[in-house]
Design a protein around this ligand. Sequence first.
Ligand code: ISL
Length: 554
Amino acid sequence: SRDRNWWKESVVYQIYPRSFQDSDGDGVGDLRGIINRLDYLSDLGIDVIWVCPVYDSPNDDNGYDIRDFYKIQAEYGTMEDMLELIAKAGACGIRIIMDLVANHTSDEHAWFVESRSSKDNPKRDWYIWKPGPGGEEPTNWESNFGGSAWEYDENTQEYYLHCFSRKQPDLNWENPEVRRNIFSMMEWWIDKGIAGFRIDAITFIKKDQRFPNLEAEGSRRYAPLAGACLNQPGILDFLHEMKREVLTPRNVMTVAEAPGVPIEQIHEYVDENSGVFNMIFQFDHVDLDIKPQAKGVYHRWELTDFKHALSKWQTETADRGWMALFMENHDHVRSVSKFGSDGLYREESAKMLAAYYFLMRGTPFIYQGQEIGMTNHHFPSIEEYRDIESLNFHAYETSLERPEADILEHLAKRSRDQGRMPMQWSAEPMAGFTAGEPWLRVNPNYTSINVEQSQRDGNSILHFYRKLIRLRRENKALIYGGYREIYKDSGELGGYIRTLGGEQWTVLCNFTDRKVPIPEPLAGLIMLSNLNGHDAGMMKPYEAVICKAEGKAD
Ligand code: ISL
């Protein structure tokens, strides 16, 4: 089970192209922008780039609504640009993985245009159509983006299912032709030279074929569709078919976005032999502040909850299976604002969080801007938000007469746009992201938080990430070693021990802005820390230390 593998030794950098780097002044990031920043990424030391969707799309959900899998979105560039990115990244030793969105397409995709054209169209069954008895929706399912998951179509007087926006109709995976077409699209992209896929919302592809009504909370009209559409029995048959037909023969890297997989089932997903993917993303730690049944209510959490949300997956996969390690992505807020402190201790706490998650057992992902400690921003008005989920949420909560300030407060802590604000490259106007008007506001703190500044300051968060990457690359115990949590019940400290071949590595972090005494002295030599010098027996505010001891039993 300790078999070496390139995707285990890699560090992945996630790019949200729309917000990364604009090269032509239209206010939208593009492929040329990524190509121009390859030197920066290569310097950082990452091995793989995950590029969020760049396929042709009407952009209802920023590219997660694909109109044509075989075409690049015009505002991002051309297919030639994409091939150039793959080639130039390759020349820097960087592999590219693409987002695979296979649960749904855009309603403007040719397949759906045909499917909706008539009940007897050969592609009718490629999507999920149902009559609405008595003029009601077929079921009371609530879409992930709010409102009914069913959309009525005048033309054929039936409803189609959409787990996400109404412009993202769900494909019918029960239909073998659908599966064959998705698989051949995957093969086509692998042949273009990509190294694998981040697989979007994959746990939604199987629907309960009884199409049952679900129990709604209180007086609510709809119930979250997860109960009938998330990780349903039978889903693994589809996934094993994908593995057999596409993945195994081509030996590509896969990281699946897999909400809803209970920990007891993790091995069915990521076991090296009998699982289907190399690794999955789980969301327990980033979703501690909401309850699925009441997404609009902010839920308080404790440090012990946060540590447990990560550590339990570590323990469960300790000797077989592999996790994708992350603190941020394009659907979540900035981690330093959420789990650290974006005030006085921004730099210390951003480095501490980095040390905490990066050396767990799995493949670390860095989301653009995380490496310079980008923060959340309290948007002054709903007019400035762009994210469909946030806009739907605002409309719904407004209809319930929730005060505007309260809604904005919630969005400042939860909106997906928090993580989508343009990358802060420099103190130039618009943070060096664009020469035009950015599609989403630039965080005003770009004048002090930006890449140029971070490159100049040898003590920056950016340099700390570089050191972490190097440390992990040079010490296989930090990749393949066993994992054991320490200070499990502490509400202040968090950490773990990684062991391999007589080496014992300790990662210890103080999650508070206070000094915290440690009863046991640290074992071994300090290899990396985020503050200058460590005082024995004491962890300073937001201090993180990484120590190595030798001659220990595994
Ligand atoms: O399960 C969820 C809510 O119940 C969500 O966390 C869900 O897994 C997530 O919203 C899926 O996200 C991905 O697919 C979406 C897209 O909008 C996101 O940006 C993407 O990351 C639809 O393609």
